[in-house]
Design a protein around this ligand. Structure first.
Ligand code: SAH
Length: 229
């Protein structure tokens, strides 16, 4: 695909087939991805790889997530279109766009202002309903709009999940989906809150850039960390 994206549709369809083969069959999720050209979220230097099923660098040492993982995570939220969602880790804005097509209200938090600015620019190329952008530490959640039906964390959290995120979930079935584990790999985990009880279900191994913040990894713990591609 040329860097200007001409002829991307066939590659996008092939990517969707690959995602289907990996077990994502929710047509609403696949359709949201079909309407969200990934090359718009990838820096020009890597645009030819935009429809490969890989994470790619987006600046500030961060990555746009692997599309099959974006699809799987979105499917696991089981969105109906009525939900109030909080996303932690705006990054390129790619997952943000897909979520926004499938929920009623979306707030997204990013710790690097430069990534939020770029995500705003990327998202302005699509026609989407309003999204609230927050620059800050997403491990603290965003209390002004709590409770949330769903919270999605797109960075790897340490084994103990950030407590503010559990507190800001709706108590009758609110879902927190996040990669939990050591720095090098995580288990994709869905925590469902029922009053004071939390039920956990895991969905296999994954590898994300670290969630850095007050209730995540400390900056000194992830120094020297880098993603291989
Ligand atoms: N969904 C994004 C994934 C980006 S990678 C995409 O597909 O493009 C994860 C993002 O989480 C990075 O941009 C990183 O800066 C951000 N992040 C890490 N810790 C964070 C925190 N405590 N609060 C908000 N964002 C955080």
């Amino acid at each position: 695909m040329p860097a200007n994206g001409v002829g991307y549709e066939a590659q996008l369809e092939a990517m969707l087939e690959q995602i289907r083969a990996k077990g994502v069959n929710d047509e609403r999720v696949l359709d949201a991805m079909r309407r969200t050209p990934r090359h718009l979220f990838v820096p020009e230097s890597h645009r030819i790889y935009a429809y490969d099923d890989h994470a790619l660098p987006i600046g500030a040492g961060q990555t746009i997530s692997q599309p099959s993982l974006v699809a799987q995570m979105t499917q696991l939220l089981e969105l109906t279109g009525r939900e109030h969602v909080l996303e932690i880790g705006t990054g390129s804005g790619y997952q943000t766009a897909i979520l926004r097509r499938l929920c009623a209200q979306l707030t997204t938090i990013e710790r690097f202002p430069e990534l939020t600015l770029r995500a705003l620019r990327n998202l302005s190329l699509l026609e989407l309903p309003p999204i609230t952008f927050v620059v800050g530490d997403g491990t603290c959640g965003f209390p002004p709009y709590a409770p949330y039906d769903c919270i999605l964390v797109t960075a790897g959290a340490p084994p103990k999940p950030p407590q503010p995120l559990l507190q800001q979930l709706r108590p009758d079935g609110g879902k927190l989906l996040l990669p939990l584990g050591p720095r090098e790999y995580q288990l994709l985990t869905r925590l469902t809150k029922h009053g004071s009880r939390v039920r956990a279900k895991t969905f296999g191994e994954c590898r994300f850039v670290p969630l850095v913040g007050k209730y995540g990894w400390q900056p000194s713990e992830v120094e020297g960390w880098r993603q291989d591609w």
